[in-house]
Design a protein around this ligand. Structure first.
Ligand code: CTP
Length: 477
C-alpha cells in the first residue's frame, strides 16, 4: 500500500466538506482545540476509502458534540456515552465521533467516567500505532495543519507499524491491539517494527482477556485482506495463534517415517487461502479454505503400505466446525452450514478429475453441491498446490473437463436444484399407499436412476421407471 504526499493546502481541500467547517466553527465558538484523528487521516494518505470521522477535542468531547448538534439543527442526532466520555453526532449520511483528549490509558470496560484532562499529544500517546495517531487541526487559524509528533507519516512512507509509546504499555492498555497490529500489517502489507513485534510475543497471554467477538472480528479482517497468509504467519510467529485458534496451529509440522514426509498442512492451508482470495471476496468461502484440512491432525496415520494417510479428514473437519464457530462467536447459521458443506465436499471434484470423468459422478456432485457448485470448484482448484508442474497441469486440464461436463449436464438434466420428477403424493395415490418406507425406496431409486443416467430427469420417463420398480417390489395399482 503506497501513500501519497499531502501539503497543508491539500489537507485543507480534503476537509472542505461542510461538516468539517461546521465542526471548526463550533470549536472556535467554544474556544476548544479540535482535530480529526486516527484512521480517517491515515486513510487519506493511503487513499483508502474513509469511514467514520473521529474528532479529538482538547476539552470535553461531549460538550463539543452537543454544541455541534445544536448548530446543525433538526437533522443532527447526538448520542452521548458518558461512561466512555464520548459522543456521536449523526448528520445526514455522516457519523462523527467526539472524544476529549485524554491523559489516562485507553479504557474499554471502565465504569468510571474518563477524565478528559490531556493535551493533544497526551491523547496521541495513548493511541495504538504511530500511523493511527496522526491528527489534522480544524481550528480556523490552523485549518489543515498536521500534528505528527511520532513521525507517523514517515512510518506510513516506509510501511512500518510501531507503537507511539513503549509497546508493552500500549499493548497492556488494550491487548486487542496485538491483533490490530497484525491485522493492519496484513491489510496494508506493512512491516511490524521489531520492538513492537517482540512485545506482542511477550504479552501474548493477555489476549485471553479480550472478548472473542473482537478477536474474531480481527481474524475476519485478516482473512479479507489481499494476502491473508501474511497475517496467519505473523499470528504464528508471535505465538498468538495457539491461543486464539489452536486447531489451526495444530496443522503445523512435518513428520517423517521411513524417509517419507507429509506436507506441512498449515502452510498448505495458507497457500489455499491466498489462492482463493485471488478469486473471491466471499468471507465464508475464505473460511472454508482456511478450514478445509482442519480435520487432518486428528486422523493422521502412518500405514506401512501406503504412507501417510488422512482418511475422512473432510468429515472430521466438518464436525469440528460448530465447536470452532461457537467458541469464536461466529454465526452458527446458514453461513456455517455453507462452510461445513464445502469442507465435506472439498475433495470430490479432485477425485473425479483424477479418474475417468463419468457423467454419473458429475451428476452426483451437482446434486450434493447444488448452488454452491461454483464455489466448490473454486475451492478445489485453489487446493491444488502441488509443486510438480506436470501433475498440477494434469489436474487443471481435468478440471476444465469437469467444469465443461458440469455445464453440459446441468443444461441437460437440471440437477443443481433437484426436484423429484415423481412426488411422494403421486406414488401414494398410484399405489393406494399410506406413508410407508416403500415410498422412500421408490423415490431414491428414481433419483439414483437419474443421477446414473439410466433415465432423463423427466416425469414421463420417471413414471415408467417407477412402475417397473414397483412391479419388482410386488406393489399393485
Ligand atoms: N484506537 C486505539 N486502540 C484501539 C482501537 C482504536 O488506539 N484498540 C484508536 C486509533 O487511533 C484508531 C482510532 O482509535 O485509528 C479509531 O479506531 P477504529 O475506528 O477502530 O480503527 P481505524 O484506525 O479507523 O481502522 P479500522 O476502521 O480499519 O479498524
Amino acid at each position: 500500500m503506497r501513500m501519497i504526499e499531502l501539503t497543508q493546502e491539500d489537507l485543507k481541500r480534503c476537509f472542505s466538506d461542510n461538516i468539517f467547517h461546521q465542526i471548526s466553527e463550533t470549536a472556535d465558538k467554544l474556544g476548544l482545540e479540535c482535530y480529526v484523528v486516527g484512521g480517517y487521516v491515515r486513510d487519506l494518505f493511503l487513499q483508502r476509502p474513509s469511514k467514520d470521522i473521529d474528532i479529538v477535542v482538547v476539552g470535553s468531547g461531549i460538550q463539543m458534540a452537543e454544541a455541534l448538534a445544536a448548530q446543525l439543527g433538526k437533522e443532527a442526532h447526538v448520542s452521548v456515552f458518558a461512561s466512555f466520555g464520548t459522543a456521536q453526532v449523526k448528520y445526514r449520511q455522516t457519523e462523527v465521533e467526539f472524544v476529549g483528549a485524554r491523559k489516562e490509558s485507553y479504557q474499554h470496560d471502565s465504569r468510571k467516567p474518563i477524565v478528559e484532562d490531556g493535551t493533544l499529544e497526551d491523547d496521541q500517546n495513548r493511541r495504538d500505532f504511530t500511523i493511527n495517531a496522526l491528527a489534522v487541526c480544524l481550528n480556523k487559524g490552523r485549518y489543515g495543519e498536521l500534528a505528527d509528533p511520532f513521525n507517523g507519516l514517515e512510518d506510513l512512507r516506509q510501511g512500518n507499524i510501531r507503537t507511539p509509546l513503549d509497546p508493552d504499555i500500549t499493548f497492556s492498555d488494550d491487548p486487542l491491539r496485538m491483533m490490530r497490529c497484525i491485522r493492519f500489517a496484513t491489510q496494508l502489507n506493512f512491516y511490524i517494527e521489531e520492538e513492537t513485534f517482540a512485545s506482542i510475543r511477550h504479552n501474548k497471554d493477555r489476549i485471553q482477556i479480550i472478548s472473542r467477538e473482537r478477536v474474531a472480528d480481527e481474524l475476519n479482517k485478516i482473512l479479507l485482506s489481499p494476502v491473508p497468509s501474511k497475517g496467519f504467519v505473523e499470528l504464528d510467529r508471535s505465538e498468538l495463534l495457539p491461543l486464539i485458534f489452536p486447531e489451526l496451529a495444530a496443522l503445523q509440522g512435518v513428520e517423517i517415517m521411513n524417509g517419507r514426509a507429509h506436507k506441512d498442512n498449515f502452510y498448505h492451508t495458507l497457500e489455499v487461502v491466498d489462492n482463493i482470495s485471488k478469486h473471491t471476496d466471499n468471507l465464508w468461502l475464505r473460511w472454508a479454505a482456511l478450514l478445509h484440512d482442519i480435520g487432518k491432525p486428528r486422523v493422521k496415520r502412518w500405514e506401512s503400505r501406503i504412507g501417510w494417510t488422512f482418511h475422512n479428514h473432510n468429515i472430521i473437519g466438518e464436525r469440528m466446525i460448530p465447536d470452532i464457530f461457537r467458541r469464536m462467536k461466529l454465526p452458527m447459521n446458514e453461513k456455517m452450514k455453507y462452510v461445513q458443506k464445502l469442507v465435506t465436499l472439498h475433495m470430490r471434484p479432485i477425485i473425479i478429475a483424477d479418474d475417468v470423468v463419468t457423467d454419473s459422478a458429475i451428476r452426483r456432485l451437482l446434486f450434493e453441491a447444488g448452488d454452491d457448485i461454483d464455489d466448490l470448484m473454486l475451492l478445489c482448484e485453489a487446493d491444488i498446490t502441488s509443486k510438480n508442474q506436470i501433475r498440477k497441469q494434469r489436474f487443471l486440464d481435468n478440471f476444465k473437463l469437469v467444469r465443461q461436463k458440469l455445464k453440459d449436464l446441468e443444461e441437460k438434466d437440471r440437477i443443481r436444484n433437484f426436484q423429484p420428477p415423481v412426488t411422494g403424493e403421486e406414488i401414494m395415490e398410484t399405489f393406494h399407499l399410506r406413508p410407508c418406507r416403500e415410498i422412500g425406496i421408490l423415490k431414491s431409486a428414481i433419483k439414483d436412476a437419474i443421477l446414473d443416467g439410466v433415465i432423463p430427469n423427466e416425469h414421463e420417463a420417471a413414471y415408467v421407471f417407477m412402475m417397473d420398480k414397483a412391479k419388482e417390489m410386488g406393489l399393485k395399482r
